[in-house]
Ligand binder design. Structure first.
Ligand code: PMT
Length: 405
């Protein structure tokens, strides 16, 4: 099942490190090669010799080892793997990963890598429940770090609760499903827009909206996970760049359009950005002054280009499938149908953005997908589940296209 896969296994300090020895055996039984990196703390629980004997590979422990650096080097270590697995992942290494620290070989490797990372947390239940650990784990989840566990049960410290490292076979199952994840969109190229745009009023002020970019970023991540070459054109947001996605950061609607057009040709376009409909016609070069100006300034607004409509009408450069969103506060489906017709996209995902729904900026969304055949009502889902469902629907669409060709 894992023939030819190269796993870099990072062991941090935790009693569950003994289970990682079994994990090495299980991975190798399935054909994977395993190379070990150990933190100093890990070496208090199991020895490098055990890891080396089971993996039949050298074990790396020291960032400043002249021998290791000349033979392998932390950059090569981080790149010569298909997947990095941190097991056990202690509260300490999770915190250092979240902070982007690089103060030993393990964390330097994790910071230098361009490969996917899976963590198997383990710690005392209070440490796991601590707000700092929960915030760190949430940040890693958001960055696309994969996670298995922790489970609940008897802990080595004598307490009972959440904090047990997943069993080796559970970790192996996650690794197997990672390598056999869908490649349904391999060979397809996708452009996704996300977040708000900022339209300058003067050099220090701008017109914007409440979009966080969570929905658009989740869609880009989901398409990339299904194998699509994905370009995310994002307005200003604090969302981290999704793993495996090329991100182009822009400010204004005109920048967003230029970036999307420069990214053509593409098979798929998903416009989830909340693009400002209007901009100030000629923002002044200097800050508008309140003092001595008498009346408040009258801003002359002009219409911004419509990216969704432009991509939908791009002639022979039009992506095969163009998907828009409709942010509505009333007559959701009725307005979405009219918007789909007006903008010329294939599908439109209508969502209610009335303040009470918390759709703007929140973590969940309720979608009504309108296409040429009718309306599909989705239940309330997390934004990442909306993204996964949309990516799956897009993949099925292209499967049908392929079958018909
Ligand atoms: O970012 P989040 O906080 O996660 O919130 C997600 C969201 C609510 C922003 C998202 O789900 C959503 O609804 N995005 C579309 C927001 C919007 O501007 O909708 P609209 O109905 O005004 O525009 C319709 C469509 O045209 C959208 O696909 C929009 O991206 C596109 N558009 C609009 C104007 C414009 N000048 N160019 C465009 O491409």
């Amino acid at each position: 099942m894992l023939e030819g896969r190269r796993i870099l296994l990072i062991l941090s300090g935790g009693i569950a490190a003994y289970k990682s020895l079994d994990l090495i055996r299980r991975l190798r039984e399935r054909g994977a090669s395993v190379r070990g990196v150990m933190t100093e703390a890990a070496q208090h629980f199991v020895t490098p010799l055990s890891v080396a004997a089971l993996s039949e590979e050298a074990v790396y422990t020291d960032l400043f080892s002249l021998k290791d650096e000349s033979e392998m080097g932390h950059i090569r270590l981080s790149r010569e793997a298909d997947l990095i697995v941190v097991a056990p992942a202690s509260a300490d290494i999770i915190a250092r990963m979240a902070a982007g620290m690089a103060n030993d070989l393990a964390t330097t490797t994790l910071l230098a890598t361009d490969k996917p990372v899976l963590i198997a947390p383990t710690m005392n239940l209070q440490m796991w429940a601590h707000a700092a650990t929960q915030a760190n784990v949430a940040l890693l989840d958001k960055r696309g770090i994969l996670r298995v566990g922790p489970g609940s049960g008897d802990l080595a410290c004598g307490e009972v609760g959440s904090g047990r490292m997943a069993e080796p076979l559970e970790i192996v199952a996650v690794i197997e499903s990672f390598f056999h994840r869908s490649t349904q969109l391999k060979g397809r190229r996708a452009i996704v827009t996300s977040g708000p745009t900022h339209e300058p009023i003067d050099p220090v002020r701008f017109i914007a909206n409440r979009s966080s970019g969570k929905q658009g970023h989740a869609i880009a991540a989901a398409l990339a996970r299904m194998g699509a070459e994905t370009i995310l054109v994002s307005g200003p947001t604090v969302e981290p760049d999704p793993a495996g996605v090329r991100v182009i950061r822009i400010e204004t609607a005109r920048d967003m359009l230029a970036a999307c057009e420069a990214s053509l040709p593409a098979d798929i376009a998903v416009c989830a950005a909340a693009v400002a409909d209007w901009r100030v016609e000629t923002p002044p070069q200097q800050k508008l002054k309140k003092e001595g100006s008498g009346a408040p300034p009258a801003l002359k607004l002009v219409e911004n280009p419509d990216i969704l409509a432009t991509l939908s009408g791009a002639g022979n450069r039009r992506p095969r499938l163009v998907v828009g969103f409709a942010a509505e506060t009333e007559k959701i489906v009725e307005h979405a149908k009219a918007k789909r017709a007006r903008k010329g996209c294939d599908w439109i995902l209508a969502n209610d953005v009335s303040p009470a729904t918390g759709t703007f900026g929140g973590d969940s969304n309720t979608i009504h997908l309108v296409d040429g055949t009718g309306v599909e009502d989705w239940p309330a889902l997390s934004k990442s589940d909306v993204a996964a469902r949309l990516a799956q629907r897009i993949a099925s669409y292209f499967d049908a296209v392929k079958a018909a060709e």
